[in-house]
Design a protein around this ligand. Structure first.
Ligand SMILES: Nc1ncnc2c1ncn2[C@@H]1O[C@H](COP(=O)(O)OP(=O)(O)OP(=O)(O)O)[C@@H](O)[C@H]1O
Length: 587
C-alpha cells in the first residue's frame, strides 16, 4: 500500500511534464507583472492628468496598446498550457487506472460494482485534471500576485500596505477551516455518485427486464432517492462554499474600505499623490482578490484530492500481474490433475464452496460436471481458470501448478464458452479475432465456418464488419453463441471449458450450436457443465457435485449401475422430459 498523500502522488504525474509546468510558471510570472503594470499605468496616467501633461499622451497610448497585446497573448498562453497540462495528467492517470483495473483479481470484481469503478474514470478523473491545471496554478499565482502587490504597496505607502496585508492570515484561516469540511463532503458526494452510477448501469443494461416487469415506477423512485441524496450533499456543499465566500468577501471588503478611507485621508492631508492613490486602489484589488479566491481554490483542491484518493485506492489494490500480460496459447498438453481441492470465498473453514475435489483429465478426454444448483460447478471452473486459488489442495497441468508456471502461462491452456456469450461492442470480426489477434482473414473465415456462423454472417449486409451492438444486442442468442464458439476455435487452446452453452436455446438453434461445439471439441480436453444429462452420455468421466462435494464420479453406465445420485438425477430428468413431450403431443 502506498502511504504517500494523494497530493504528492499527483505531483509525481505532474513532474512528467516539467517543461509544460515551467512554461506555465513563466506565463504566471509575466501575467503577474502585467497585472501590476496596470496599477503603474494608472498612477502614470492620473499624475499626468492632474499635472496637465498633454504631450505624454502619445506615449501613454502606445504603452496601452502594448499592454493590451501582451495581456491577450499571455492570457491565451496561460489557458492553453493549463489545459494541456491538465489533459496530459488526466490521460496518464486514466491509463494507469485502466491498466491496473485490467490486472485486478476476480475477487475484486465480485466485491465491487463496475459502476463504482466507472465513476473513478469519469468524475474523479475530471476533478484530478482540474487540480493539476487551473487549481494548482491558481494556488501558486494568487499568493505571488498578493506578495508583489504588497511589495509595490510598501513602496507607495508602508503604513497603508500593513493595514492591507492584515487580511491575509484571516483569509488563510477561513480557507483551512472550510476546505477540510469540503473535502469530507466531497468524499461522501463521490461515493453517492458512484452508487447512483452503478444503479444506472444496471438499469440501462436491462431495458427488457424493466419493460416486461413494469419496473419503471420502482426504478424512477429508487433513482430519485439516489439523486436526492446527491442534491442534498451538493446543497450542503453549496452552503459551506457560500459561507466561505461570504466570510472571505466581508473580510476583504472590510480591509479594502479601511485602506481606501486611510489612503483618501492621506491624500486630503497632502501626504500622498492622487496617482499613488489610484495605483493603491488597483493594488488593493490585487491583494484582496487573491485572498478572497484562495479559500475557494483551496476547497476545490481538497475536493479534487478526494477524487485522487479514490483513484489511488484502486491503483493500490493488489493485482494479479506485475505487467499487462500478452495473449498466448499453450501448444502441448498431457494431464490436468485436481488433487483434494477445497475452496472458500470467505476464507473460512465453515463456509466451503468446494470440499475435497479430486479428478484427472487427460488429453482429448471429455469430462462432464453435473449436479444441483449451488453445487459448486461454476466455482470449480473459476478455480480451473485461475480466477481464484484453491484454499486447500492443488490444480496441476502436466505436474506444474499455476504458481510455478505463472498465471498467464497457466491461463493459456484454457478456452471458455460461457453460459451467456460475452461479446464486446464492435464488429463480428473484432470479436472472433479476440481468440487470436494474430490470425489472418482465412483463419477467421474458417473458424466462422466451423462454428456454423459463416452462413448467417454472410446474410448480414456488412458481413464480418457488422457492428453487433452493446454486448451483441443485435444478434440472436444462438448467433452470439456461435460467434463465441468461433472465437474459441481461433484460440485453439488445449483445454476447453463449456458452461451449459446451449441451455438457453431452442431445439433448432441448439442443434446448430451443438454441432459447432462438437467441431470445437475435436482434439481438445473438454470440461462441460451440463444440466441435460442426455447430452453427456458419451463423456469419459462424469463428476456429480452436491453442496460443494464430489459425491460420485464415473462413466454414464458406471454411475447408472451404482444407482446413486446420478441415477436418480438421470431418471428424474428423463421422466420430466417424457411428461413434457406427452403434454406437447396432447395439445
Ligand atoms: N463470488 C462469490 N462469493 C461468495 N459466494 C459465492 C460466490 N459465487 C458463488 N458463491 C457460492 O458458492 C456456492 C457454489 O456456487 P456455484 O455458482 O459454484 O454453483 P453452481 O453449481 O454453478 O450452481 P448453478 O448450477 O445454479 O449455476 C453457492 O453457495 C454460491 O452461493
Amino acid at each position: 500500500m502506498n502511504r504517500q498523500s494523494p497530493f504528492f502522488r499527483l505531483l509525481k504525474y505532474m513532474r512528467r511534464y516539467k517543461l509544460l509546468y515551467a512554461c506555465l510558471i513563466f506565463t504566471m510570472i509575466v501575467g503577474t507583472a502585467l497585472d501590476l503594470s496596470i496599477a503603474w499605468f494608472l498612477s502614470l496616467i492620473t499624475n499626468a492628468a492632474v499635472k496637465g501633461e498633454v504631450e505624454t499622451w502619445p506615449i501613454l497610448i502606445f504603452l496601452a496598446i502594448g499592454m493590451i497585446f501582451f495581456i491577450a497573448l499571455f492570457s491565451y498562453l496561460d489557458t492553453y498550457f493549463k489545459q494541456k497540462a491538465s489533459l496530459n495528467v488526466r490521460n496518464d492517470i486514466r491509463l494507469d487506472t485502466l491498466n491496473h483495473v485490467l490486472r485486478l483479481p476476480q475477487s475484486y470484481y465480485d466485491k465491487n460494482h463496475s459502476g463504482e469503478l466507472l465513476s473513478r474514470f469519469t468524475s474523479d478523473n475530471q476533478a484530478v485534471g482540474e487540480a493539476s491545471g487551473h487549481i494548482i496554478m491558481g494556488l501558486l499565482k494568487n499568493p505571488l500576485l498578493a506578495l508583489c502587490a504588497f511589495i509595490y504597496l510598501l513602496n507607495i505607502h508602508w503604513p497603508l500596505a500593513l493595514i492591507s496585508i492584515s487580511i491575509g492570515p484571516l483569509m488563510i484561516l477561513v480557507g483551512k477551516l472550510f476546505g477540510e469540511v469540503m473535502r469530507k463532503k466531497s468524499i461522501i458526494l463521490q461515493e453517492a455518485m458512484g452508487k447512483a452510477t452503478s444503479f444506472l448501469q444496471d438499469v440501462l443494461g436491462a431495458s427488457v427486464l424493466y419493460k416486461v416487469f413494469g419496473l419503471e415506477k420502482k426504478i424512477s423512485k429508487q433513482y430519485q432517492q439516489y439523486s436526492t441524496k446527491i442534491s442534498e450533499i451538493e446543497r450542503s456543499q453549496g452552503k459551506i462554499q457560500g459561507s466561505a465566500n461570504a466570510v472571505s468577501a466581508s473580510i476583504a471588503t472590510m480591509s479594502f474600505m479601511i485602506a481606501i478611507l486611510v489612503a483618501g485621508f492621506f491624500v486630503a492631508k497632502g501626504n500622498l499623490e492622487v496617482g499613488a492613490m489610484a495605483a493603491f486602489i488597483q493594488l488593493m484589488n490585487y491583494l484582496v482578490q487573491p485572498f478572497s479566491q484562495l479559500p475557494g481554490l483551496w476547497s476545490s483542491m481538497q475536493q479534487a484530492l478526494a477524487g485522487a484518493e479514490r483513484i489511488f485506492q484502486i491503483i493500490d489494490s493488489p493485482k494479479e500481474y506485475e505487467k499487462l500480460p500478452e495473449q498466448g496459447r499453450a501448444s502441448s498438453f498431457g494431464t490436468l490433475t485436481v488433487s483434494n481441492v477445497g475452496f472458500s470465498y470467505t476464507k473460512s473453514e465453515n463456509d466451503m464452496a468446494l470440499r475435497n475435489i479430486h479428478f484427472c483429465a487427460t488429453a482429448g478426454q471429455t469430462i462432464a460436471i453435473v449436479g444441483g444448483s449451488g453445487g459448486g460447478k461454476s466455482t470449480l471452473f473459476k478455480l480451473l481458470l485461475g480466477l481464484y486459488s484453491p484454499t486447500i489442495g492443488t490444480i496441476e497441468i502436466d505436474g506444474r501448478c499455476e504458481e510455478s508456471m505463472g498465471l498467464r502461462k497457466y491461463r493459456d491452456y484454457f478456452s471458455l464458452v460461457p453460459q451467456e456469450s460475452i461479446l464486446f461492442t464492435g464488429t463480428i470480426r473484432d470479436n472472433i479475432l479476440d481468440g487470436n489477434f494474430m490470425a489472418d482473414e482465412t483463419s477467421v473465415i474458417n473458424a466462422a465456418k466451423k462454428a456454423n456462423a459463416y452462413n448467417f454472417i454472410m446474410t448480414l449486409s456488412e458481413g464480418f464488419d457488422t457492428e453487433i451492438g452493446e454486448r451483441g444486442s443485435r444478434l440472436s442468442g444462438g448467433q452470439k453463441q456461435r460467434i463465441a464458439i468461433a472465437r474459441a476455435i481461433l484460440r485453439d487452446a488445449p483445454i476447453l471449458l463449456l458452461d451449459e452453452a446451449t441451455a438457453a436455446l431452442d431445439n433448432e438453434s441448439e442443434k446448430i450450436v451443438q454441432d459447432a461445439l462438437a467441431k470445437l471439441m475435436v482434439g481438445k480436453t473438454t470440461l462441460v457443465i451440463a444440466h441435460r444429462l442426455t447430452t453427456i452420455q458419451n463423456a469419459d468421466l462424469i463428476l456429480v457435485m452436491e453442496n460443494g462435494n464430489l459425491v460420485e464420479q464415473g462413466t454414464h453406465n458406471e454411475l447408472l449401475l451404482a444407482r446413486g445420485r446420478y441415477h436418480s438425477l438421470y431418471y428424474a430428468q428423463l421422466e420430466g422430459e417424457e411428461v413434457t413431450e406427452k403434454i406437447l403431443m396432447d395439445t
